[in-house]
Design a protein around this ligand. Sequence first.
Ligand SMILES: NC(=O)c1ccc[n+]([C@@H]2O[C@H](COP(=O)([O-])OP(=O)(O)OC[C@H]3O[C@@H](n4cnc5c(N)ncnc54)[C@H](OP(=O)(O)O)[C@@H]3O)[C@@H](O)[C@H]2O)c1
Length: 338
Amino acid sequence: MSYQQYVPYTPDESRYDGRMPYRRCGKSGLKLPSISLGLWHNFGDITPFGVQQGILRAAFDCGITHFDLANNYGPPYGEAERNFGEHMKRDWRPFRDELVISTKAGYDMWKGPYGNDGSRKYLIASIDQSLKRMNLEYVDIFYHHRPDDSTPIEETMGALYDIVKSGKALYAGISNYNPEQTKKAFSCLKDMGMHMLIHQPNYSMFNRSIERGLTDVCRKEGVGIMAFGPLAGGKLTGRYLNGIPADSRAGHDPRFLRPSDINEKLLDTVKKLNAIAEARGQSLAQLALVWALRLPEVTSVLIGASRAEQVRENAIALENTNLTDEELAEIDAVLAER
Ligand SMILES: NC(=O)c1ccc[n+]([C@@H]2O[C@H](COP(=O)([O-])OP(=O)(O)OC[C@H]3O[C@@H](n4cnc5c(N)ncnc54)[C@H](OP(=O)(O)O)[C@@H]3O)[C@@H](O)[C@H]2O)c1
């Protein structure tokens, strides 16, 4: 990664003027911005450092105080954390206490039997590596990235507990756990005297599975929900309405969104949803965010962005979060036809 000459950053003085509502994360003292920014894509070695910097600065200027990472975000693995460490040194050091920074471990990260899954060995080594890469003394939230039924839940939760107790993270979370796994993880941590802060599941108009049980569990236990991928990786935006732009995810980084995913059937649905958004005076991206935020269990929607303008456009969604019963019914009807 080549670094450009440093242009000093002065955040927007009006970033806390109320445009960005902060929502309490479950039954905890922590408030999170309604929109959070994830560094899964566009923070590896294929994105210019200046573009990354612009996205982070635009987010903070809009009141987005939460940045989400994981050990293996890149490419290559670790690169998003390494780049964030450089951003940290340049821009964010003076604002550390205004930020909630999270990372995760749970997917494959390094070779051999200790760089994957849910063992204590993996999680504790991984948080140490992440902190070094990010130039941080602690993260605010450390997640187990995905369930691992082959490791006793007591071991995985015990590792999260110790990571928090050691001061390397302030709160513990889980991601991609189903309702049953969530209940077990929650009560295991509770038995040790620790509250599970947050769950990070996928949630968008195109994946409503959390509505079948997970939201109930999280509400009952007071666990906040960080809904990742509310724009379905860009499918729930106007991005692909006129073909596949070369600079889009499907166009230039199709690891998780292939050009073949952008098919006629998808576009038919997207056009109908886009018409509902236009009738409200919003873009489809804005409607998709407002729709996901309608659930009280959802603390925040976790977006990605490939440019600063997208972040700004998405933040404007919060100016109109009211969805009428008619609009909700129209959206349901379109989604039922998929
Ligand atoms: N826990 C997990 O297992 C897990 C898994 C996946 C993601 N995550 C987290 O969730 C975060 C978000 O995931 P995601 O990037 O897939 O989320 P997303 O918000 O569904 O998709 C982001 C993509 O949508 C497009 N976009 C955003 N705003 C737009 C706008 N206003 N107009 C047009 N297009 C727009 C951009 O695509 P282009 O690049 O094409 O411009 C952007 O890269 C990740 O960074 C990560 O932190 C967690």
